[in-house]
Design a protein around this ligand. Structure first.
Ligand SMILES: Cc1cc2nc3c(=O)[nH]c(=O)nc-3n(C[C@H](O)[C@H](O)[C@H](O)COP(=O)(O)OP(=O)(O)OC[C@H]3O[C@@H](n4cnc5c(N)ncnc54)[C@H](O)[C@@H]3O)c2cc1C
Length: 282
């Protein structure tokens, strides 16, 4: 279907982009990779009068790795993450999750900022952001602020952003060497959005017991979730078959997914336990 008509702007600075968004409010939409926005325009889910293209903002394309963690600029593409060899040690969970995002062509264009702003409850990047306690840096008319991922996602395609705000970066806390992690998802075809997915990691004390377990889930709710009961089932324990079974049961008990055209809630609940089990075994 043809896109609805709109005006187009391609600002050269973040300040210019913010000014355009502030002037047009809900009538304007930012364009990053277009992999979610263009289909939404085609289907008339949205009909903005102005598209503000972020393509000239090279300052949003950086991947910074330091002892403060990994900072991904909003215009970093999935392909950039997969091709950056440093990230394989600086944040292997991120890389493993992004390997599951969509298809080759979409990974060439889709961006971190676009995915986080789009807030699909089954998308990998929002799930990684919530699992890893990411901080989302945004700029708006009132200045800059940082939003914790736990407070950012409000529902399907809904976030804490105000209409004038632009995501600048997503910062993931430092990743210690030797950290244990797993990412598992189930989709009907490779590259489809997941029916369910699990991201998890933990460290271990000198006795081999788990500490600081983080378990996150996608496709289980209207937003990415942390599974606190599964984390409690892991913390202080040796990871053996009994602990894995307890964590899987806690994960199943900690979700209440709805039925939809892709799967029943009961199926998704069973699946999340299986994925936690697979991630821990992996
Ligand atoms: C067939 C298909 C399969 C896909 N499969 C998957 C999948 O398995 N997993 C997955 O995670 N994704 C999947 N996607 C989505 C893809 O990953 C997109 O890259 C992602 O949704 C973000 O799109 P984008 O960067 O192109 O942003 P756009 O489409 O340009 O924008 C998306 C939304 O974010 C807003 N936005 C963009 N940048 C910013 C910013 N910096 N600040 C504030 N708002 C901003 C836009 O205004 C728009 O509302 C799929 C897409 C398609 C078409």
């Amino acid at each position: 279907m043809k896109l609805p008509p709109f005006d187009y702007a391609s600002p050269a600075t973040v300040a210019e982009a913010v000014a355009l968004m502030a002037a047009h409010g809900e009538d304007a939409k930012l364009l990053a990779g277009g992999q979610s926005l263009v289909p939404m325009l085609a289907f008339r889910v949205t009909s903005p009068s102005l598209i503000v293209d972020l393509r000239k903002l090279d300052e949003l394309r950086q991947i910074i790795i330091s002892d403060q963690g990994v900072t991904l600029g909003a215009m970093v593409r999935w392909r950039d993450i997969l091709e950056d060899a440093r990230l394989r040690t600086a944040h292997p969970l991120l890389v493993t999750a992004v390997e599951h995002v969509a298809h080759y062509q979409i990974r060439n264009r889709g961006t971190v900022g676009g995915s986080v702003a789009h807030a699909d409850p089954a998308a990998e990047m929002p799930g990684i952001a919530v699992t890893c306690d990411a901080e989302i840096a945004v700029a708006g008319q009132a200045g800059s602020r940082t939003i914790a991922a736990a407070d950012f996602f409000r529902g399907p395609l809904m976030t804490a952003l105000t209409p004038d705000e632009i995501i600048i970066s997503v910062k993931l806390p430092p990743w210690p060497q030797g950290r244990h992690f797993g990412f598992q998802e189930f989709a009907r075809r490779k590259g489809d959005f997941a029916i369910a997915g699990v991201a998890l990691f933990h460290d271990r004390d000198n006795g081999g017991k788990v500490r600081d377990a983080h378990v996150g889930a996608i496709g289980m709710s209207d937003r990415p979730l942390r599974l606190a009961a599964a984390e409690s089932a892991l913390n202080g324990k040796i990871v053996d078959d009994i602990t894995i079974a307890a964590a899987a049961a806690a994960a199943r008990g900690g979700v209440d997914p709805p039925d939809d055209i892709h799967a029943s809630g009961a199926y998704r609940r069973a699946l999340i336990g299986t994925l936690v089990e697979r991630a821990l075994k992996a």
